[in-house]
Write a protein that binds this ligand. Structure first.
Ligand code: FES
Length: 166
């Protein structure tokens, strides 16, 4: 079902400009091809997560059914559908990382941040998650901190990364 309404309602002029730039990269009538960058833009502006209303608004803006926006947003771990910490830590626990110590990586992060997988620290600074292969298997064990990959992790390396974030 296609939503109807004011397609600009939830977006600032700046966001609309960014969305329009992406839409302009595709042929006329293909605005839905911009859904992934659009979700990134909207998510970044919303403190790192996407509400249902925002996903609906993206659908409206790109003239595509909201359900298709949900399908994309729920498929990729890079999109969050509930409030998250200021920084997202994704630890890969897939086969190469598992064989190279991802369990210790998770345990160390849980202990340092005083949270469990799937949780956010009390100060709202970090959300810790487990994800599937991030395509950096040769650097296993690895984690992603926001947009950066950190590979060949050791507890010392993790401590240094966290120290830089303080
Ligand atoms: S298994 Fe961890 S990045 Fe591929």
């Amino acid at each position: 079902m296609m939503l109807t309404g004011d397609r600009t309602a939830l977006f600032t002029v700046d966001i609309r400009q960014q969305l329009d730039e992406w839409v302009a990269k595709y042929p006329a009538g293909q605005s839905q091809s911009a859904v992934i960058p659009a979700l990134h833009i909207v998510q970044a502006e919303n403190g790192g997560w996407l509400s249902e209303a925002l996903m609906d608004a993206v659908g409206l803006y790109l003239e595509m059914p909201a359900i298709n926006v949900y399908e994309v947003a729920t498929f990729y771990t890079m999109f969050d559908l509930k409030p998250v910490g200021q920084n997202k830590i994704n630890v890969c626990t897939n086969i190469s990382c598992m064989l190279n110590g991802s369990e210790q990586v998770v345990a160390h992060l849980e202990q340092r941040l005083d949270i469990k997988l799937g949780e956010t620290t009390e100060n709202g600074k970090f959300t810790l998650r487990e994800v599937e292969c991030l395509g950096a298997c040769c650097g296993a064990p690895m984690m992603q901190l926001n947009r950066d990959y950190h590979e060949n992790l050791t507890t010392e390396k993790i401590d240094a990364i966290l120290a830089e974030m303080n």
